[in-house]
Design a protein around this ligand. Sequence first.
Ligand code: TYD
Ligand code: MG
Length: 452
Amino acid sequence: MAKTNTTFFCQNCGTQYAKWLGQCKSCNEWNTIAEEIILKEEKRNWKQTSETKKANKALKINEISIDKEDRISTNNNEFNRVLGGGLVKGSMLLLGGEPGIGKSTLLLQIALKIPKKVLYVSGEESQSQIKMRAERLQITNTNCLILTETNTQNIFKIIEDVNPDVVVIDSIQTLHTEYIEASPGSISQIRETTSELIKFAKETATPVLLIGHITKDGAIAGPKILEHMVDVVLQFEGDRNHTYRILRANKNRFGSTAELGIYEMQNIGLREVENPSEILISQKEDDLSGTAIAATLEGMRPLMIEVQALVSTAVYGTPQRSSTGYDIKRLNMLLAVLEKRAGFRLGAKDVFLNIAGGIKVDDPAIDLAVISAILSSNEDVAIPQDFCFAAEIGLAGEIRPVNRVEQRILEAEKLGFTKIFISKFNKISKINHNIKIIKVTKVEDIFSNLFA
Ligand code: TYD
Ligand code: MG
């Protein structure tokens, strides 16, 4: 006879308590602890026969044979790049992102293009809704099965029937298992359904792709342990009002987390963007003041990004500072540096900063372009469109070297820029570049180079 048990879980961090508390001791959030009923049963495997498995033996490391990592190419270059070459057999992948950013679209597109038998399980949309989306994507496929189901035991039954090579689940928060009575989306359901799916993935060497919702602060909803359990955690991000989407790996047991994929949301689905630099720079005829191009690196890929600044006289007593796509604290720091070290009087000015294309940048090498754009707007003198910048600014107003500057220079050269401003302390081995490299040491140097 099944035994009913109740436990209390913090819905924010997943910590388990024996009794109710007003505040979680682990994450200090108030009113997040809720009771969940757990129905314990002996067998809770995806397949009951697998219980009889023998215990593993310890082996000497030199005796362990490895089969070459078996990867399934997804027919989507950007996705393959982020994964490090394709889906690894038996791996669990979790894709997180804001609502409406395109998670379901991305995974449906991959499910339809992958040359394997795919089972796409949705707990969020009906079969006809998915069919409509597939029609919108204009991909014909006869190898992709669509199932609307939220009970894991039923899903496993179908899996045994159809024997898919890849399983997609949209989304983990809608699943529930019979062995636990908590509602779908609760901490214990998420943890239990994920571990059932992991067991299935590992035992059958089938890759499982999960979609996960995120909370309002951007973390994947559910216990943190979810991210520990899976092999790969991908983040799909972008500004909903813009068309560009960036796919990042936050965790990857089979590859680097430095790679990223870029997509453009079109009305026929997500287009892979192979040459991102060309699209992120806005097209314009005349030189306009207040814009500067930064040679940044996003992961391993060089990206030319346009920084736009607007400096105007403050209308109110306290000047406004606002920034889109760039850390506001860092902007304030750069303004303080300009004020203190170089004597530019920006204290009485409003400063607005924007990274074109709606993307977020955290590469410090963008600093020099940021101050150049601010100065350009302040002076109302345009920076020629074929100049670009790659350096970090220190608190003393010094211009600091950045990593892999050669790669940035090559990208700028390839795209036809004529001058690149970098730190004097960046060592460059190759001398014969078609682009003029201007080395600067202090913020004042930039001013005298561009506007004096
Ligand atoms: P969706 O994949 O449903 O987002 P998520 O699963 O992350 O919540 O994507 C929804 C948005 O994408 C929706 O607002 C419409 C847009 N979209 C397009 O612009 N073009 C398309 O071809 C598709 C399928 C969706
Ligand atoms: Mg969705």
